[in-house]
Design a protein around this ligand. Structure first.
Ligand code: ATP
Length: 514
């Protein structure tokens, strides 16, 4: 089927090369020389474009600016970014900003064909592309919050207690940790369960509109106020108002919010009388609010009013025990949503990879990574190969896609590995680091196995294998000594002794201690 691909690149030679490849694949290329003209073209022809191929370094509006503009406009066309060699950091940022895939220049026709094919496959499934987020609006209860870590169980326990009363709650945590989910669960478990749950993202509304959006305005209250508007407080009357990114609220609006919290009444812009409202407030922030108070950006009196019951939701990297249960829950959910004919499982190597990764975008990023993998899955088992963007970011993993390109911590490299022997998480010792990366011992070796035979074919020395395992565990658990000792089944003092014996630097397990 012919698809329409928008190429955004400032280099005319690159545009011509890509156009040739795209046309040879049977698609139609549309061209723009920077982000801004790309956006204009989308405004004119947006409906027909299926995939966007985006260069990151361009004058006027660069690739990142373009991705932001797409997100602001809610445009959901899959974007494949291109970058020069060594630009892996920039690619990582682009992936976090919502890009679907990436290509390293010079782009080969095979890689381009695979990336476009995957993007089209994603776009055609349910018409949903980049986001795996559940449509908002459905009831979310505590039972929907997947968790196994003691930290998260404490969060749920606190939140359940908060649900017993109308006490104002502040949920603190990085973006994507599940603050809104917990807020919704509190509402569902409270006596307001059948009442409205209204969300306002204070950081996403233009400053001059925040007051009117929260408290409403009368017709004619200011230029442009051609209709009466009720405001979110009134919309949430009887229910819960979820104020996301509360730290971004302008100081003038904070005064009005304080009054609403203290007196239970709001001042609609242009109204003569204040109006009584009955709203339960749950606020969320990814900033350190007390620091905002110290810096004079957040009112202290409001802080104490809102922060009666603070709950901190830790970042996913601080509660790794949650990763396997979340992964299984998402695989199951998306496999069911995609109506796959057979059950989908996950290899132990893939689980190790997903657990080792730090997930800067937290559960939202994990959810999206699994969604992407499930949609693109070809067999009935997800392996490390289904998470190339994650593997590139973990030292020690080398992933080859089906066209034979490999990705490792040093960036892309052409490898001779057969396509189906694509994944080789490398367990490196200090000595191996100085030599070329090792290939897996055999095609059948499990993805995260440690070799039992030496290159000469003899059984390896126990001490060597032990050293390798300790180095791997230190890297895997990011140097958390007590966890490493526990998982290896030895005491901390034994672990320290072994580190000394093997000359391992715990902060940098792949290097020898100085
Ligand atoms: N424990 C969990 N179990 C299952 N899904 C979860 C969990 N935590 C978060 N999610 C899912 O992760 C996504 C992000 O969660 P949510 O929107 O609640 O995060 P947030 O902290 O409010 O993010 P932001 O600050 O960016 O608004 C949602 O799709 C949510 O359903």
């Amino acid at each position: 089927m012919t698809s329409h691909i928008l190429v955004i690149d400032d280099d005319p030679v690159q545009r011509r090369l890509l156009t040739n490849m795209i046309e040879r694949l049977g698609h139609v290329a549309h061209l723009a020389d920077n982000g801004r003209s790309g956006l204009e073209l989308l405004e004119r022809k947006g409906g027909i474009i299926n995939v966007i191929l985006l260069d990151l370094l361009m004058p006027e509006m660069n690739g990142h600016g373009f991705l932001e503009a797409l997100a602001e406009r809610g445009i959901d066309i899959p974007v494949i970014v291109q970058t020069g060699q060594g630009g892996i950091e920039t690619v990582v940022q682009a992936m976090q900003a919502g890009a679907f895939d990436f290509l390293v220049k010079p782009v080969s026709p095979e890689r381009l064909s695979i990336a476009i094919g995957n993007a089209l496959k994603m776009a055609s499934r349910d018409g949903r592309v980049k986001t795996a987020r559940r449509p908002r609006g459905g009831a979310v209860g505590f039972d929907d919050i997947v968790s196994a870590s003691p930290a998260m169980i404490r969060v749920i326990d606190l939140a359940r207690r908060a649900a017993q009363s109308n006490i104002p709650v502040v949920l603190e945590g990085e973006s994507g940790v599940g603050k809104e989910m917990v807020a919704r669960a509190i509402q569902s478990a409270s006596e307001r369960t059948n009442k409205p749950f209204v969300t306002v993202n204070c950081g996403a509304i233009p400053q001059n509109l925040v007051e009117s959006i929260l408290f409403g305005h009368e017709k004619g209250a200011f230029t442009g106020a051609t209709e009466r508007h009720s405001g979110k407080f009134v919309d949430a009357d009887g229910g819960t108002l979820f104020l996301d990114e509360i730290g971004d609220l302008p100081l003038e609006v904070q005064v009005k919010l304080l009054r609403a919290v203290q007196q239970g009444e709001i001042e609609t812009i242009g109204a003569r009388q204040p109006q009584k409202v009955n709203v339960r407030l749950i606020s969320a922030t990814n900033k350190d609010l007390i620091n905002e108070v110290r810096e004079g950006r957040f009112r202290e009196d409001l802080y104490y009013r809102l922060n009666v019951f603070p709950i901190t939701i830790p970042a996913l990297r601080r509660r790794k025990e949650d990763i396997p249960v979340l992964v299984r829950a998402f695989v199951e959910r998306f496999a069911a949503e995609q109506r796959l004919n057979q059950p989908l499982t996950l290899s132990s190597g893939a689980m190790a990879l997903l657990t080792a990764y730090d997930w800067p975008g937290n559960i939202r990023q994990l959810e999206n990574a699994i969604f992407r993998a499930v949609v693109l899955a070809e067999g009935n088992e997800l392996t490390v190969r289904d998470f190339p963007q994650i593997a590139t970011q973990i030292p020690g993993y080398v992933v080859a896609d089906r066209s034979g390109f490999s990705w490792g911590e040093a960036g892309p490299e052409r490898r001779l590995a057969a396509a189906d022997r694509a994944v080789a998480p490398r367990v490196e010792t200090g000595a191996q680091e100085k030599t070329a990366p090792r290939e897996p011992a055999s095609d059948t070796r499990p993805e995260n196995a440690i070799a039992s035979l030496s290159e000469g074919g003899d059984v390896r020395k126990l001490a060597e294998v032990e050293e390798e395992l300790i180095r791997f565990a230190l890297k895997f658990y990011r140097g958390q000594m007590s966890q490493v000792a526990r998982k290896l089944g030895i005491g901390r003092s034994t672990l320290y002794r072994k580190l000394k014996d093997y000359g391992i630097d715990p902060d940098n397990p792949l290097r020898d201690a100085a």
